[in-house]
Each structure stands twice: as structure tokens, then as C-alpha cells.
Ligand binder design. Structure first.
Ligand SMILES: *[C@@H]1O[C@H](CO)[C@@H](O)[C@H](O)[C@H]1NC(C)=O
Ligand SMILES: *[C@@H]1O[C@H](CO)[C@@H](O)[C@H](O)[C@H]1NC(C)=O
Ligand SMILES: *[C@@H]1O[C@H](CO)[C@@H](O)[C@H](O)[C@H]1NC(C)=O
Ligand SMILES: *[C@@H]1O[C@H](CO)[C@@H](O)[C@H](O)[C@H]1NC(C)=O
Ligand SMILES: *[C@@H]1O[C@H](CO)[C@@H](O)[C@H](O)[C@H]1NC(C)=O
Ligand SMILES: *[C@@H]1O[C@H](CO)[C@@H](O)[C@H](O)[C@H]1NC(C)=O
Length: 378
């Protein structure tokens, strides 16, 4: 019994410590804030009429959201200050030139640089946000970091402020890939080229140094995969049919994605330990982009966690060993106890059975576990 109580307690702890990240989601012409995986709140933009919001990026230091509006006539990247709960002034950061489109956005708080994927000219561009109300002029401010030829069709983009790397997906029909370079553009490299179909969106788990991406497979199914940042250690964490995933974000405990077909926002435990995702919201338009509204990253913790993982692993092993020894001891004590009762009973030739009493607590435990697992699948 004591072991069972202990294991319930441990399971309970695991469930309690799972937490949803606060998210910002672009849906049609609105920006939705989601707290605790439950409460939606629409962000009101002051003196700005949104048309079709797409890519998002978040600056955790200045608490500023960057977004692109694909149908806006003149501008194409804007920022909105989220410091105040009610007043959200919008700043026009970059003008639209020709038919430029912003496929995805990412922000580097170290260099105060905004980077984006331009789908029209197949390039990765960047602009340094010099000050609060910065507006990029026609020439000079915007630099081209990478430009791609017709053999590439770049889509998702994400930077790592800690390791100074930049990752992107290429959804070219015949040679789709996942690639990376330093954030300054040097050393571009293809890191994944096998079994790729249409990896439209990717995100990076900075603390755990893992890439997550989603793609539609050729036969109508889709999957979500992850790998180390060098492209090795690839594993599938979810596969199903009936969705086209167009946005994805990975948090502390969950991976979140937006699906074009059902216009839903989904979440799934990122360690792959649950088999079915939960719907967090259903919208009138597909969720085109998702970002975490997170605290600034502490890059020094990242180095510690990479070495810390080993220590955590060792201490987990020690804990398991201790638990096993304790369990064996308890089983031993119980066995001796039962043996004593048995010898005592057979000695006195007791014939009355107390079986009901014996099984009752176990039935109770099973019921408890049933309602527990029901809660998990809800
Ligand atoms: C936004 O749209 C409304 C109604 O279409 C219009 O009255 C208002 O002037 C517009 N505001 C801006 C800033 O364009
Ligand atoms: C931009 O798109 C419009 C409509 O699709 C097209 O007529 C125009 O030629 C395009 N401009 C450039 C520079 O490609
Ligand atoms: C797009 O690329 C072409 C050729 O590389 C270049 O001439 C043109 O100026 C670019 N357009 C923009 C808006 O940068
Ligand atoms: C780009 O960044 C990498 C790593 O931070 C550095 O080693 C390299 O010298 C940089 N290259 C240029 C051209 O600045
Ligand atoms: C789709 O193809 C994958 C391999 O690419 C396979 O594992 C999966 O079972 C297929 N699904 C269906 C529904 O045929
Ligand atoms: C890729 O990264 C993993 C995890 O950091 C590491 O174990 C592995 O050796 C790396 N592989 C290569 C080829 O660098």
C-alpha cells in the first residue's frame, strides 16, 4: 500500500508541475492572448486596422510584439508595446516594397535585430531596431542575410539568442530541407534532408536545444518531429491525419500548433508521453502564427543545464535505486507479517474469512486510478 500511495503522490507531482505557457496567436485580423491554456483575451490595437495578420515574434525584454500584416497596403512589419494592459500603440517598422511577403519573423534581443523570411524574393532579411519608434528607411537599414535561388523555397525561421544560431525550413517541392547558419549569416548548412515533405513551420526549444517541426506527409497524414539542433537524434512525437499545420511553438512542457483545416489550436505534451492532443481553442480563421509570451532567457542557465542534465540523470538513477530498495524492504516486512498472521491463524484454526475487508482498499485504489486516468484524457 505504501508504495502505491508513494507512486500516486509522485504521479500527482508530475501532473501538477506541468504548466501551459502564455501564448500570443495571430488569427485572421485579431491577436489573441491565451493564459494558462484556458483564458483567451483579444488584444486591442490602438489606431490600427488589421487585415490579415501572419508572422509573429516577441521581444521579452521590451515586452514588445512584432507582427506582419499581409494585406496592409503600405507597411508590412509592425510592433506593438504590451507593457500597458490597455494602451497598445502600434509602430510601423518596415514599408512594403513590390510584393514582398513576410513568411516568418524572429527577434534577437541580444543584437536588437528583427529577422524575417521574405517569400517573394526568397531571402532572409534583417533590420536592427535602433530605438522605440524605429522606422526602417527605404535603403540601407534592411540587409539581406541570405538569398536563395529557385532550388529553395524558405518558410519557417527561428533564431537562438544564446547559441547565436539561425534555423529555417525550405519547402521546395523536390528538395525540402531544414538548414541553419550563424545568426550573422556565416556557415550556412543543410542539417536535415531525408524524409522531408513540406516542413512549413519550426520552433526551437532553447533550454533543451531541440528543434521541433511539423509537416504534411504525401498520403494525407501529418507529423510533428524533433531533433537535436545539429539534425541528429530525430524522433517523431505525433502522427495523425486530417490537419495541415501552419504554425507551431514549443514551450516548457507542451508543443502548441495551429491547424489550417479545422482552424484549431492544439497542445500536446512535448515529451511524447500522451498520445492524444488537446484542443485549446477553435477559431473562425486558421491560427497563422503562435509565439510564447515568455520571460527573457537566461543564457547562462543554458550552459548549466547542458552539464546539469548529466547530474539530473545521475540523481534520478539514485532516486530509483533508493525507491527500489525501500520497496523491497516494505515487501519483505509485509511478507514476514503475513507469514506471522498465517501461522497464527492456522495455529488457531480460524475459519472465518475476512476477504472483503482485505480487498476493499484495493478496489478503492482502482477507482481512484480510474478517475485519475479519465481526468488525464479529458
Ligand atoms: C479603421 O476602420 C474604420 C472603419 O472601417 C474607420 O472608421 C477608421 O478610420 C479606420 N482607422 C484607421 C486608423 O485606419
Ligand atoms: C505584384 O503583384 C501584382 C498582382 O499579383 C502584379 O500585377 C505585379 O506585377 C507584382 N509586382 C511585381 C514587382 O512583381
Ligand atoms: C528582389 O530580387 C531581385 C533580384 O535578386 C532584385 O532585383 C530586387 O530588387 C529584389 N526586390 C526587393 C524588394 O528587394
Ligand atoms: C559569425 O558568428 C560566428 C559565431 O558567433 C563567429 O565565429 C564568426 O566569426 C562570425 N562571422 C562574421 C563574418 O562576423
Ligand atoms: C503515410 O505514410 C507514412 C510513411 O511516410 C506511413 O508511416 C503511414 O502509415 C502512412 N499513413 C497512411 C494513412 O497511409
Ligand atoms: C549532435 O548533437 C548531439 C546532442 O548534443 C550530440 O550527442 C551528437 O554527438 C552531435 N552529432 C554530431 C555529428 O555532431
Amino acid at each position: 500500500m505504501r508504495i502505491e500511495v508513494l507512486s500516486i503522490f509522485l504521479m500527482f507531482q508530475v501532473v501538477v508541475s506541468l504548466k501551459h505557457n502564455d501564448l500570443i496567436i495571430a488569427v485572421g485580423d485579431t491577436l489573441e492572448l491565451l493564459s494558462d491554456g484556458k483564458t483567451f483575451q483579444t488584444l486591442t490595437l490602438d489606431s490600427y486596422n488589421a487585415s490579415k495578420l501572419s508572422a509573429l515574434a516577441y521581444d521579452p525584454v521590451a515586452k514588445k510584439l512584432f507582427f506582419s500584416d499581409t494585406r496592409h497596403r503600405h507597411g508590412h512589419i509592425f510592433s506593438v508595446d504590451l507593457n500597458d494592459e490597455f494602451y497598445h500603440p502600434v509602430v510601423d517598422i518596415a514599408e512594403k516594397k513590390d510584393n514582398e511577403t513576410v513568411g516568418s519573423l524572429t527577434y534577437d534581443p541580444v543584437d536588437k535585430t528583427l529577422l524575417w523570411m521574405d517569400g517573394f524574393n526568397r531571402s532572409i532579411r534583417r533590420v536592427k531596431i535602433e530605438h522605440e519608434t524605429f522606422h526602417a528607411e527605404e535603403k540601407g537599414d534592411v540587409e539581406i542575410l541570405h538569398s536563395f535561388d529557385d532550388a529553395k523555397k524558405p518558410s519557417g525561421l527561428i533564431c537562438d539568442p544564446c547559441t547565436r544560431m539561425l534555423y529555417w525550413t525550405n519547402v521546395h517541392e523536390s528538395h525540402p530541407t531544414i538548414e541553419r547558419s550563424f545568426i550573422n549569416g556565416s556557415h550556412p548548412k543543410v542539417i536535415i534532408a531525408n524524409d522531408m515533405f513540406r516542413p512549413m513551420t519550426l520552433d526551437l526549444d532553447v533550454p533543451e536545444q531541440k528543434l521541433y517541426w511539423a509537416q504534411s506527409l504525401r498520403n494525407g497524414s501529418f507529423n510533428i518531429e524533433r531533433s537535436f539542433v545539429n539534425g541528429t537524434g530525430r524522433e517523431e512525437i505525433y502522427r495523425d491525419v486530417g490537419q495541415i499545420i501552419i504554425s507551431l511553438a514549443v514551450g516548457g512542457d507542451y508543443v502548441y500548433w495551429g491547424d489550417y483545416t479545422q482552424k484549431k489550436l492544439w497542445s500536446l505534451r512535448k515529451d511524447g508521453s500522451s498520445s492524444s492532443p488537446l484542443t485549446l481553442g477553435t477559431f473562425r480563421n486558421p491560427p497563422t502564427s503562435i509565439v510564447l509570451r515568455h520571460q527573457p532567457l537566461d543564457c547562462s542557465l543554458l550552459e548549466q543545464s547542458q552539464t546539469g542534465k548529466l547530474i539530473a540523470h545521475q540523481s534520478a538513477t539514485i532516486t530509483i535505486a533508493c525507491l527500489t530498495i525501500t520497496s523491497l524492504l516494505i515487501i519483505g516486512v509485509v511478507a514476514i507479517f503475513m507469514l506471522r498472521i498465517w501461522t497464527f491463524r492456522s495455529g488457531r484454526k480460524l475459519l472465518v474469512s475476512d476477504k472483503d475487508e482485505d480487498t476493499f482498499p484495493f478496489q478503492d485504489f482502482d477507482n481512484g486510478r480510474d478517475s485519475y486516468s479519465r481526468k488525464m484524457t479529458q
